[in-house]
Design a protein around this ligand. Structure first.
Ligand code: PMP
Length: 441
């Protein structure tokens, strides 16, 4: 059956498929962090729907709430009409927002994908400031629609394709391992922020004052690259000082994944517009932006879409938000992430193809490098695409689903559900160790 399904899929589906591309798995069932294939093989899932399933597959409370909603006669789809489920979800979300947005933000429900919420954020910034330009960062990933792709970095497989816009200015993201300035992340952050300030304030920069800056606190698809807190604070200071909006895309980092409910909270930074999707819908499609209420200058109809107001997504989302908070899964993500990173660093000591182990909480990346290549001035080694592919395949042979990301698709990415157990985490490490041994022989 597995072979039949995979064969039919290969003939029927677009070659633009990306996540888990070439992973020959045909899943039948899943619970928690474990996926079972139609052939009965089990896998540990360190992809979890691209970080969507914070509570894992088929969390009993989520399933029970969905079942009772389905049997209750509630509207499954309500467009913009307020339902008790939407009201409960909104209250829960508003109470969890960072800083000054908490309980005071406006919510704009979008067509249910991160990319549409990014479109909404960009349009809102233009509408609210009367300006057009946007500053974005190299290596960013904000989605596949044209606006979101335009503010994504031009590098990498999931970088947004060929879309580009005259209104976008791209600054270097402070990426420590492959540092754009050759100086390391902290110093790169200082330079990146300085570039931003001169671009905004210096008329000779040739760039009109932008409407907004859009960024990821930790770049996900870009290869689990963490912007330093000091850089983020500096970007916040500069944008606030000059009336430029700060859009923080927490589509992947949000809802506890990085060890904080929102990744921007670690630096004490509150954006003007926060973009969220993935885990906020508890595994069902939901996307929205939360923004300062004084920015709410939309005209009715300014950004709409049919499939907003999905009741089941709001039910699953509300339980997810509440469970992450009540069961302190942010702390768990932090602790378990540290355990995994520690184990990966121990592997790095014996396997020089692990160039750098990094990440925050349960958003983890390993830079896969060619140990025989020439180091750059910071001692970083060149990427190793062939090894990355082989290692991902070997992990799958050992029953571990994970993905690659990054500028060259050579960062091993782990995005397990936040409910991964300690035993499962150790098993993830053991499987990676086995896969490493296989690929090195
Ligand atoms: N922003 C970020 C930071 C993302 O990681 C993603 C998806 N990987 C998106 C936006 C786009 O979300 P979607 O795939 O739901 O359109």
């Amino acid at each position: 059956l597995r072979a039949t399904l995979l064969d039919r899929q290969a003939r029927r589906e677009s070659s633009a498929r990306t996540y888990a591309r070439n992973l020959p798995v045909a899943p039948a069932k899943a619970a928690g962090a474990v996926v079972t294939g139609v052939d009965g093989r089990t896998y540990l899932d360190c992809l979890s729907g691209a970080g969507t399933l914070a509570l894992g597959h088929n969390h009993p409370e989520v399933v029970a709430a969905l079942q009772s909603t389905l049997g209750s006669g509630a509207l499954l789809h309500s467009l913009d009409m307020i339902t008790p489920q939407k009201d409960t979800f909104s209250t829960e979300l508003l109470g969890r927002l960072p800083g000054e947005l908490r309980d005071d933000a406006r919510l704009h429900f979008c067509s249910p994908a991160g990319t549409d919420a990014v479109e909404a954020a960009l349009k809102l910034a233009r509408q609210a400031t009367g300006r057009r330009g946007v500053v974005a960062f190299t290596g960013a990933y904000h989605g596949m629609t044209l606006g979101a792709a335009s503010v994504s970095g031009p590098e990498g497989m999931r970088a947004g394709g060929p879309a580009d816009s005259q209104a976008v200015t791209r600054l270097p993201y402070p990426y420590g391992y492959r540092c754009p300035f050759g100086v390391g992340a902290e110093q790169a952050g200082v330079l990146s922020a300085r570039l931003l300030e001169s671009l905004i304030t210096d008329p000779s920069s040739g760039v009109d004052k932008p409407a907004a800056v859009i960024l990821e606190v930790v770049q996900g698809e870009g290869g689990v690259v963490e912007g330093p807190d000091a850089w983020l604070r500096e970007v916040r200071r500069i944008t606030a000082a000059h009336g430029v909006l700060l859009i923080v895309d927490e589509v992947q980092t949000g809802v506890g994944r990085t060890g904080h409910f929102w990744a921007c909270e670690r630096a004490g930074v509150t954006p003007d517009v926060l973009v969220t999707s993935k885990a906020v819908g508890g595994g069902l499609p939901l996307a929205l932006i939360a923004y300062r209420s004084d920015l709410d200058t939309w005209q009715p109809g300014a950004h709409t879409g049919t499939f907003r107001g999905n009741t089941l997504a709001m039910v699953a989302g509300e339980i997810t938000l509440r469970t992450v908070a009540e069961q302190q899964l942010t702390e768990r993500a932090e602790k378990l992430g540290e355990r995994l990173r520690q184990g990966l660093r121990e592997l790095a000591a014996d396997h020089p193809v692990f160039g750098e182990v990094r990440g925050r909480g349960l958003m983890i990346g390993v830079e896969l490098v060619d140990p025989d290549g020439a180091p750059d001035r910071l001692g970083s080694l060149p990427p190793h695409p062939a090894l990355a592919k082989a290692l991902r395949a070997a992990c799958l042979d050992h029953g571990l689903i994970l993905e690659l990301g990054g500028r060259d698709d050579t960062v091993l990415r782990l995005l397990p559900p936040l409910i991964l157990s300690d035993i499962e985490a150790d098993s993830v490490l053991a499987r990676i160790a086995d896969a490493l041994r296989d690929t090195e022989h």
